[in-house]
Ligand binder design. Structure first.
Ligand code: AMP
Length: 432
């Protein structure tokens, strides 16, 4: 059989490797980045939620929207018995399901949740676009206050700032409320009808199913036609307009720059009012680092009797890494083992096995040779693993119950009694 990962997926290995046109960072960088994202979001008072990777297909179809590309073309869906499941293509619908299922509102107050984990979409893979990718994001559930929108944006930007990714453009828009969009949709449809013959098949189809999505077109002739089309901002009712003004004014208060983009409409149906997109010129065709907005209609769309006004964003790990590479920001180096044993001869190998257990028990990171190789090969291995110390044990050392501790950086070597080794290294490791 072919030993090949599934198209559009990748392995996260101990060392970086090149796959196609982009570097997938090594596992230690992922762990480090995830911890730093958690750190930033906890500073913003978000709590973690972990939901299953599989969800009922109906949740996603309703939550993400029947007319979206995700639901129509990109779901990894499968049937088992009478039930249909899908590998989640995003996490917002799952978080809302969890919130409703467990009545999280009963904890009182606004629920501020964050998540981190894999998502699946059967898109055409390319740089920054995969079939299994990893999203982090927040959901603030149970408030329609503009401060929640502004806080979401601030948290999102704080994450990218944490990694030195500041060459970004924040675009925002207001999609208004359902009524505003209905009136806009009708106006847009009326405007576009006479051009129907000139539209591409896909846009003609969208004109019927979801005219707002025609605004996403990359087709030049269609963009030209759209130049004179009605504009969403002209259809905003009083309340959505005031909401949007307040979001913008809060952002300005905390020094966040943004561009208003009346054409920013989101592919997902449940969005209302604030729409957010964070872009980087360093990403190429897949320019979106993160996106999000308000989704006051989602809870009801998935069957809640109650409206749960909410706002959130989602960002992609892979694109964060691409942006970091492009900016020249180095990911944090992987942790190297602190001590590496170099054992000469079988009795020494036995003794070292026990010493390594003691050190690990004392929380000192420790490596050892597992193949019975030569002194030179073991020293090379200590180097390759970037050990701070090589601990050399041979017959003499066994006889004297003392080991040779070699500081790799300086080459200095000193004898340390075996029964003092744990304390010796623990002290050094406490000193960093
Ligand atoms: P969306 O849920 O489509 O708004 O996506 C939010 C973020 O997830 C995007 O801005 C990307 O950073 C990331 N993302 C979405 N789809 C993919 C994909 N197929 N591959 C990699 N990242 C993705």
């Amino acid at each position: 059989m072919d030993l090949q990962h599934v198209k559009g997926t990748f392995d996260i290995l101990p060392d970086g490797y090149l796959q196609g046109d982009t570097t997938i960072f090594p596992a230690s960088n992922w762990t480090d980045a995830e911890a730093r994202i958690r750190g930033v979001l906890e500073r913003f008072n978000f709590e973690e939620i972990r939901t299953p990777i599989i969800e009922p297909v109906e949740l996603i179809a309703r939550g993400v929207g029947q007319t979206t590309d995700i639901v129509q073309k990109e779901m990894f869906a499968f049937r088992r018995g009478d039930d249909e499941y899908v590998l989640r293509p995003e996490v917002t619908a799952s978080v809302m399901r969890g919130y409703l299922e467990h009545h999280l509102d009963q904890r009182g107050g606004v629920q501020k949740l964050f998540y981190l984990g894999p998502c699946f979409r059967a898109e055409q893979p390319q740089k920054g676009r995969y079939r299994q990718f990893h999203q982090f994001g927040t959901e603030t559930l149970g408030t329609d206050d503009p401060s929640a929108d502004a806080e979401t944006i601030a948290a999102m930007l704080a994450i990218y700032a944490e990694f030195g990714v500041t060459n970004t453009t924040l675009r925002i828009n207001s999609l208004g409320d359902a009524d505003d969009r209905r009136r806009f949709r009708e106006a847009l449809r009326t405007f576009l009808k006479p051009y129907a013959e000139e539209l591409s098949d896909i846009s003609r189809q969208r004109l019927e199913t979801n005219p707002l999505r025609v605004l996403d077109t990359k087709n030049e002739r269609e963009q030209e036609i759209l130049r004179d089309a009605p504009r969403l901002p002209d259809f905003l009712g009083d309340q959505p307009r005031r909401h949007f003004d307040e979001v913008k004014s809060l952002l300005t208060d905390i020094g966040i720059e943004f561009e208003e983009d009346p054409d920013l409409v989101r592919g997902l149906d449940y969005y209302s009012r604030t729409a957010i997109e964070l872009e980087s010129p360093d990403l190429g065709a897949q320019s979106a680092l993160a996106g999000g907005g308000r989704y006051d209609g989602l809870a009801e769309a998935i069957g809640s009797a109650k409206r749960v006004p909410s706002v959130g964003f989602a960002g992609g790990m892979e694109r964060l890494f691409v942006a970091m590479s492009a900016t020249g920001v180095e990911p944090s180096p992987s942790a190297a083992p602190m001590a590496f044993f170099v054992a000469l001869g079988d009795p020494a190998r036995r003794a070292v096995f026990k010493l390594a257990a003691d050190l690990r028990g004392a929380e000192v990171a420790t490596g050892l040779d597992l193949r019975g190789r030569s002194f030179k090969a073991q020293m090379r291995e200590a180097n390759r693993q970037r050990a701070a110390f090589a601990i050399i044990v041979g017959d003499d050392e066994l006889q004297n119950s003392a080991v040779q501790v070699k500081t790799m950086a300086s080459g200095e070597q000193q004898a340390v009694a075996m029964d003092e080794l744990v304390d010796f290294l623990r002290n050094l490791s406490a000193q960093g």
